[in-house]
Design a protein around this ligand. Sequence first.
Ligand SMILES: [Zn+2]
Length: 259
Amino acid sequence: MKYVDVHIHLSNAIYHDRIEAILRESEDAQVVSIVSSAEDYQTSLETLRISQKYPARIYAAIGIHPNNTQLLTESELDKTIQLIEENRLNIVAIGEIGLDRRIPETEIDENQISILNVLLQAAENLGLPVIIHSRGAASEVLEILPSYNISKVMLHWYSGSLDLIPKIIGRGYSLSVGPSILYAKYLQDIVIKVPLEKILTETDGPVSYRGPFKGRLTSPSFIPEIVNFVHDITRKDLEEISTQIFRNFTEFFSLDLDA
Ligand SMILES: [Zn+2]
């Protein structure tokens, strides 16, 4: 069995002295590959540094999280785009980017929208996949994406309307599921509707979780529990699920790894 964590934030300070330990426990849990996403310019630099220290184990996605757009200066945006361009071959995706409507029924901040557009344009120009955050803003994100010629789109921790699933699948986008699927019925209903070929697994650490994960520092070693749960609810063979998710991972990020 081989597992993957396609979305975690290893540049977060909480992991600072723990990367080696995290990698050891991931290895013990058969989690062989990790994609670490940045959230701003500084964490993009740090994510690149970590991924270069642990090649073929930690891959980098760099970008600007929608919650960090408010204080972002123009020069930071320019520097981030430049960093992405210069590191085209050192990164596997642009992420985490997207839109976030923290308070329901409010307008999405225009700044978030314009920064997302700049980052999507970079992804199109460079032919890179995107890791998308869409909390409370799934329909807005789905409206913006077709303006760009980007074939690899991953909606991380998708928690939008079930009604949008056919549109998402129809466009060939992927969804990543995380620890909360073990206790959030709504997310279980979503995963059942998505073909296995479009499912990826993530932890989004250091986000903390309830259920069996309560009180534990979020780590890629949670992944086998997530895959086991997908097995329980989909009734598909466990080995088939993990093999398919690994294949989804290598295809999505265009990685040439042994199956
Ligand atoms: Zn995240």
